[in-house]
Design a binder for this molecule. Structure first.
Ligand SMILES: Nc1ncnc2c1ncn2[C@@H]1O[C@H](COP(=O)(O)OP(=O)(O)O)[C@@H](O)[C@H]1O
Ligand code: SF4
Ligand SMILES: [Mg+2]
Length: 360
């Protein structure tokens, strides 16, 4: 077996909550609380889940832009958490990030030339002559002209700014990109162009992506594998096509039911979950999803569901595990869970009372 390019094991990142004059720690936000995955070279893992479930913190922890509290992160077999100084800098060149907001992530007082050059200088790559060529090439690869070098970010549209942010990453010739909601802040009309650019660049340079989004339809489109996050944990993970065809976790079912499907065969009844996502400072006991799960049983309130894996599809759910054990078949188990959810949850529009607390 080849070593995956990125391997994350039991990653935890907790942010301390401090109070009072002495700033004593009174608790912790368990933003990421035991996340594991691997990404092979050239592949894309999509990470999806509602806002606040810990996606950005996973991405930042893998790059060590925030310091994880526990677990292991390996890049090309190297222990990222044990790497410091020049070795960490060398590793950072190979792992780049593109953020959601191309307005906030580009310094408005710097020209595109200075923005792109900064990384080359930090990583001591090339001399002034070769740097210019590298920067022009990176711009060209993202569909921008060399003339962009002497302009400022505000002179560009949102889509073009995101191209500059991508060029800033590409100029360092990275192997791995964390794409944190790279199209969420863009006009719907240009989102597809930027997604297509990212897909082309991946093919051209054999790049590996962690693609983060709250939008399951985008994630499904660009990813080989998809991991679904809820409250600091991955609740289900599978090949994208498989996850879409036969989701097991009730939360995954709910996410898919909110995706508008053009194909009538894929149209699903909308599952509206009651209540809000609980605070990651006080995650519920047992299955973290139990306060909102239409299928929750007594066990779910006390026992954290372990992973069950069938043909590469991994799920943390007591009911799914039981259905899989009974049928031995993920497609049948998925259909049963979908039917039970439809029975348990009133259709959108019919919702009344407590169930009317609508969530997308
Ligand atoms: N630097 C921080 N300090 C304290 N809490 C944080 C910090 N960054 C994120 N959080 C909290 O961690 C949780 C997960 O946040 P985040 O990773 O941004 O989620 P997502 O990207 O899925 O929206 C949220 O409750 C958020 O408020
Ligand atoms: S373990 Fe129970 S509460 Fe959690 S998702 Fe499965 S059925 Fe719902
Ligand atoms: Mg985020």
């Amino acid at each position: 077996m080849t070593t995956p390019l990125v391997a994350v094991e039991n990653l935890a990142t907790h942010f301390p909550i401090r109070r009072g004059l002495l700033r004593r720690q009174v608790g912790a936000v368990r933003a990421v609380d035991g996340v594991s995955f691997t990404i092979d070279k050239g592949r894309t893992l999509g990470l999806v889940g509602e806002s606040g479930c810990g996606k950005t913190t996973v991405g930042r922890s893998v790059l060590r832009l925030v310091e994880p509290t526990g677990g292991a992160v390996r890049f090309a077999g190297q222990d990222v958490r044990a790497t410091h100084g020049a070795a960490l800098r060398a590793l950072r060149r190979r792992m780049q990030v593109v953020f959601q907001d191309p307005y906030g992530s580009l310094n408005p007082r710097m020209t595109v030339r200075s923005i792109l050059e900064e990384g080359l200088v930090i990583h001591r790559l090339g001399d002034p002559g070769t740097r210019l060529e590298r920067m022009a090439r990176a711009l060209e690869q993202t569909g921008l002209a060399r003339a962009a070098l002497d302009r400022y970010p505000h002179e560009f549209s949102g889509g073009q700014r995101q191209r500059i942010a991508i060029a800033r990453a590409l100029v360092l010739e990275p192997e791995f990109l964390v794409l944190d909601e790279p199209i969420s802040a863009l006009d719907v009309s240009i989102q597809a162009q930027v997604v297509n650019l990212l897909v082309e660049l991946r093919e051209q340079f054999g790049l590996t992506y962690l693609f983060i989004s709250h939008d399951l339809s985008v994630v499904e489109h660009v990813s080989d594998d998809v991991a679904v996050m809820y409250l600091g944990r991955i609740v289900e993970r599978a090949a994208a096509e498989r996850l879409c065809r036969q989701p097991l976790h009730p939360y995954t079912h709910a996410l898919f039911s909110a995706v508008p499907a053009i194909d009538p065969a894929r149209r699903r009844r909308r599952i509206v979950l009651p209540g809000d996502v609980p605070s990651p400072a006080r995650p519920p006991a047992g299955c973290r999803f139990h306060p909102r799960c239409p299928l929750a049983e007594a066990t779910c309130m006390t026992v954290d569901p372990p992973a069950t894996t069938v043909a590469g599809q991994l799920v943390h759910c007591h009911v799914a595990a039981r259905e899989l054990a009974a049928t031995g078949d993920a497609a049948a188990a998925s259909a049963t869970i979908a039917r039970r959810l439809a029975e348990a949850v009133p259709a959108a529009g019919e919702a009344t009372g407590a169930r009317a607390a609508i969530h997308s």
